[in-house]
Design a binder for this molecule. Structure first.
Ligand SMILES: [Zn+2]
Length: 167
């Protein structure tokens, strides 16, 4: 893999299924619940089709819409590259509505190779959905939350994070 290959293509893999580490999923859910009534959003990072890390974005007080200012977005991307991970997707919440992309979501999405996650907090049980942008529409995809992804992330972090890694 090229070291410049920081923009992932998580749907390019054989079974077209995404994986997310349980720890990062729990962390995202906590952030999402703490942000209510506002929308929470985060950039998702990892390798190939497996999300192992996330960078939470500043909470927007503008309900019903998530948007990032340029510096925060660039800083988040920078931190993903510094961890030698790929940017694999975006997650945001719908605190009061179903996990269906809104018109604004459709118009505002500019990274068709990445995964698009929506967590709805409208009902008692949070509802997670992941979409792929294909032929001008959001398509519902499968994902699995797995402890194995946590272990993969831990073992790579154990390789002295301060020294440069040859991979
Ligand atoms: Zn939305």
């Amino acid at each position: 893999m090229k070291t410049t290959d920081w923009l992932g293509d998580p749907f390019a893999f054989k079974d077209n299924k995404l994986y997310m580490g349980r720890k990062v999923a729990n962390r995202l859910l906590r952030g999402a619940q703490e942000a209510v009534p506002y929308e929470f959003s985060a950039l998702l990072a990892g390798r190939d089709a497996t999300i192992t890390d996330a960078v939470a974005m500043p909470i927007s007080s503008d309900t019903g819409n998530f948007s990032w200012d340029g510096p925060a977005f660039l800083q988040a991307l920078h931190s993903i590259r510094k961890r030698q991970l790929q940017w694999l997707g975006v997650l945001h919440t719908h605190p009061h509505t179903a996990p269906i992309p809104s018109r604004q979501d459709v118009l505002g999405w500019h990274y068709p190779t990445l995964s698009y996650w929506i967590v709805s907090l409208a009902s008692e049980t949070p509802e997670w959905r992941v979409y792929q942008w294909k032929n001008g529409a959001f398509l519902l995809r499968d994902y699995t939350v797995t402890e194995a992804a946590d272990e993969a992330a831990n073992s790579s972090a154990a390789v002295s994070p301060s020294s440069p890694k040859n991979s």
